[in-house]
Design a binder for this molecule. Structure first.
Ligand code: SF4
Ligand code: SF4
Length: 334
């Protein structure tokens, strides 16, 4: 890990690249904006969205340097020195370590320990920092918004900016009481971050740009855009939409239905955006609620809010943090 002075030297002649992985609504783009606002030098950030939906995977990219001429690139970051993952479920859904060089840093909001992360991502040549940001967010902010908290972990391992610099940026951006709570959460994150430094220093002078690539859209059955700008398909049915996406991995809550309390009013069924309330035709010829489809429930909690008899509740998927694997133990495992 480089200290602040070493990082300042590196930034004079190099660009430090960052990538944030989040889900729509978690504030990954705000986190990347705050990096630039907190940084003393020059910075640029770009977001990349997929589906415009709450919960869908998003990415955002940041370039930082003390040299103004080095950051004039508007493309994606393909080889990030620091990757921050705001949602633990993304670890198994997105290639979060794509392009990370040897000695790069993976910072994850998770209750898993570093060894478990190594196994999931299949890399032992990168440094790992873990923070149970979901717990801090729920305790301090009262909502699962982990974007500023993950920046606390980033400060701890990167020294790109200080707590005071980030706190200033947060105070400028948010209203007083919200900003103060976020600063408190960031302080806690700096303390609680579990750092596993494998001792390999990154080479920032290496060119991390890769040549432009054609991106495959991968839509089944689609042909090229016709002259009117419309996608078309030979097949009668085009299998797209929520049904094709396992949105069940998108949320942090398990949604629990209490059959005994339920009065079968169907209000949850009307409001569910992902058709995750299951109903079946009974012997009386009417439809009755039979449960929740975990493959597609993205834990938006709409059903909790509308249920008139509180027959639906939630339980955090992520258990308590277990990040404190002794560093010696991890080094032996490598
Ligand atoms: S939380 Fe409720 S409303 Fe939201 S997706 Fe799950 S079942 Fe549907
Ligand atoms: S809103 Fe509540 S009571 Fe009504 S069907 Fe859904 S779970 Fe049952």
């Amino acid at each position: 890990m480089y200290d602040r002075k070493q990082m300042e030297e590196i930034l004079k002649e190099n660009v430090v690249n960052l990538r944030f992985h989040a889900r729509g609504g978690q504030g990954g783009v705000t986190a990347s904006n705050l990096c630039v606002e907190a940084f003393y030098g020059y910075g640029i950030c770009q977001p990349r969205f997929g589906a415009e939906r709450m919960g869908s995977p998003t990415e955002s990219y940041v370039r930082l340097s003390a040299n103004e001429d080095l950051i004039r690139s508007n493309e994606q970051v393909y080889a990030p020195h620091f990757v921050s993952v705001l949602d633990p479920s993304l670890l198994s859904e997105v290639d979060v370590i794509a392009g990370v060089p040897k000695g790069g840093w993976l910072i994850v909001n998770t209750a898993l320990n570093q060894q478990e992360i190594q196994e999931i991502v299949g890399r032992k040549d990168i440094n790992i920092a873990t923070i149970d940001a979901t717990r801090i967010a729920l305790e301090v902010l009262g909502r699962n918004i982990t974007n500023t908290i993950i920046l606390g972990a980033l400060i701890r391992v990167s020294h790109l900016f200080t707590l005071d610099e980030l706190a200033d940026a947060v105070m400028r951006r948010f209203k007083d009481n919200i900003a103060a709570k976020n600063v408190e959460a960031i302080k806690q994150a700096i303390e609680d971050t579990c750092v596993y430094d494998i001792g390999i220093q990154m080479d920032f002078t290496q060119d991390t740009k890769i040549s432009w690539q054609q991106v495959e859209l991968g839509l089944p059955g689609y042909k090229e855009v016709d002259k009117a700008g419309v996608w078309y398909c030979d097949e009668e049915t085009i299998p797209v939409g929520s049904d094709q996406v396992r949105t069940g991995s998108w949320g942090e809550w398990d949604i629990i239905w209490d059959e005994e309390t339920c009065t079968d009013c169907a209000q949850c069924w009307f409001i569910c955006p992902d058709f995750a309330i299951l109903r079946e035709k009974g012997e009386d010829g009417k439809y009755h609620m039979i449960g929740i489809d975990r493959e597609h429930c993205k834990s938006c909690q709409n059903c909790l809010e509308v249920c008139p008899v509180n027959a639906i509740s939630k339980q955090l998927k992520q258990g308590p943090a277990s990040c404190a694997v002794p560093e010696e133990e991890l080094k032996e495992a490598n």
